[in-house]
Design a protein around this ligand. Structure first.
Ligand code: OOG
Ligand code: NI
Length: 468
């Protein structure tokens, strides 16, 4: 019988989730259609530039999902399911101090970590976990009841988890098991028809809508599924002209004529969806909730820690200037700040080591090998190699907070006199008993391996014009 490897499982899962979400949230289908139209327009303009950060095949299939869970035990189970799909926890995001609104979660993203796997299918899932221990949001009584509620539910059945472990150990599953695994895994993220306990949900909503969405129901669900576009400004205008209410801006770096860095995202507002409620008197009534929405994103080059510092400084400068000039458009102010502070070309980003690149040896470079001690910048300026951008595969905490906040209706409640609870990547890694990858380390390793390969190629390949 045919063996279905983890790459094919991942692509299959992403496709099934997309079909599911399209039936649950029809506006998502519109978003995907418009994204494809935008991508075709960009491809017609300049196919080479359009595919500089990934082939059109990759970009067309590319999605990220978002899910939310209630405890380390649940997150560890999620890690087993995604492990079967070749997706590993990467990055740590703490949204509890987020502006404009703190959210009682910490997050990571499950994604392929290997370049070839990303090229085959880059599916990733932003995964948030509730922190009931954080006294700023929950008092001890509510925290205890939340832990009991979450501890008593089962998001994923034994059959699904067993198949997941098997797939992760073997690198895939035989065809019939693969089919069963994909069916169960997709169903685990569907919106449940189970009635929502009104009193419990409302109690949590008073603290935070996100806490209610996570801990107020007995199952989890996909919160959004995000296609990638090559021109997010075009998409924003197109969706708005179709009468779909978008959030008021695009999150992340501004539109400008220089290189795209990191990630730009926008979304349409959460739509009300029919949900059933169990009332305090025991009756079941129809109602609605607004928690799920549509998001879209455009990706740029990954920044080195120095580049990220520069980015953060520019964002702070945009904040200051918009506060001082409240009548000016934030996008215009941001573009102005970018022109003053951000390199205008990819090449300058590479030479100043502000972004991550791989290196391609140039056909008609200088005669003779570079000095053994040459840095990447020396190889570029000396004409030996051409830098090629590494696409940013991760998320931005500030945009994530903005995406959460723009889709919440209640203000929530925060008790700033209470202390928070320390949570970091090491804690999360221990709690789920898995390594959590550090994005910048992955990009750096890829860049360094490419540099070493380029040097080896330059040192060993006799060049036609070389006098030797
Ligand atoms: C996650 C929000 C963050 C992103 O793309 O930054 C996110 C959520 O709403 O659960 O998906
Ligand atoms: Ni998202």
């Amino acid at each position: 019988m045919r063996f279905v490897d983890s790459t094919e499982l991942r692509a299959g899962f992403a496709a099934r989730l997309s079909t599911l979400y399209g039936t649950e949230v029809p506006a998502y289908t519109t978003l995907v259609d418009v994204s494809h139209e935008v991508n075709q327009r960009v491809m017609r303009r300049d196919p080479e530039a359009a595919q500089r950060l990934g082939t059109i095949a990759r970009v067309t299939a590319e999605r990220h999902g978002a899910i939310r869970v209630g405890s380390p035990a649940e997150l560890a189970q999620v890690a087993r399911i995604f492990g079967a799909l070749g997706m590993y926890p990467t990055g740590f995001y703490d949204l509890r101090d987020a502006r404009p609104r703190p959210i009682p979660v910490i997050s990571t993203a499950f994604r392929p970590t290997d370049r070839a796997e990303l090229a085959r299918n880059p599916f990733r899932v932003f995964t948030s976990m509730l922190v009931p221990e954080d006294g700023r949001f929950f008092d001890t009584d509510l925290a205890q009841r939340l832990r009991t509620f979450v501890g008593g539910r089962r998001l994923f059945g034994d059959e699904l988890l067993t198949l997941a472990d098997h797939a992760e150990a073997e690198g895939g599953l035989k065809e019939t098991d693969a089919e069963r695994f994909l069916t169960l895994a997709t169903a685990a993220f569907a919106l449940s028809p189970e009635p929502v306990d009104r009193a419990w949900y409302s109690e949590l909503e008073r603290v935070s809508d996100v806490a209610a969405d996570i801990g107020g129901v007995t199952s989890t669900h996909i919160n959004h599924l995000t296609p990638r576009v090559l021109d997010i400004d075009d998409l924003y205008a197109d969706m708005s002209s179709r009468g779909i209410a978008m959030i008021d801006r695009i999150q992340g770096p501004p539109r400008w004529e220089g290189p795209d860095v990191l990630l730009r995202q926008t979304s349409f507002r959460a739509l009300s969806e029919p949900r059933r409620f169990r009332e305090p008197d025991g009756s079941v009534r129809d109602g609605e909730l607004r928690v799920r929405f549509g998001e879209v994103e455009a990706r740029g080059v990954a920044l080195t820690p120095a580049g990220r510092d520069l980015y953060d400084r520019l964002v702070a400068a945009v904040d200051e200037r918009t506060a001082a000039r409240p009548d000016d458009d934030r996008q215009d102010v941001a573009a102005e700040v970018w022109r003053e502070g951000m390199p205008r070309t990819e090449r300058e980003l590479a030479e100043r080591e502000l972004a991550f690149f791989t290196y391609r040896v140039r056909e008609n470079g200088p005669a003779g090998p570079p000095p053994a001690t040459a840095s990447a910048a020396d190889l570029i300026t000396g004409g030996w190699v051409e830098p090629e951008p590494i696409v940013y595969e991760d998320f931005l905490p500030r945009s994530a907070a903005g995406i959460f906040a723009s889709n919440l209706s209640g203000a929530g409640h925060l008790d700033t006199d209470e202390g928070g609870t320390d949570r970091d990547l090491a804690w999360l890694s221990g709690a789920v008993d898995r390594e959590i990858h550090v994005p910048e380390e992955l990009y750096r390793a890829e860049s360094e391996a490419s540099l070493a390969a380029a040097l080896a190629e330059l040192g060993t390949t006799p060049r036609p014009s070389s006098p030797a």
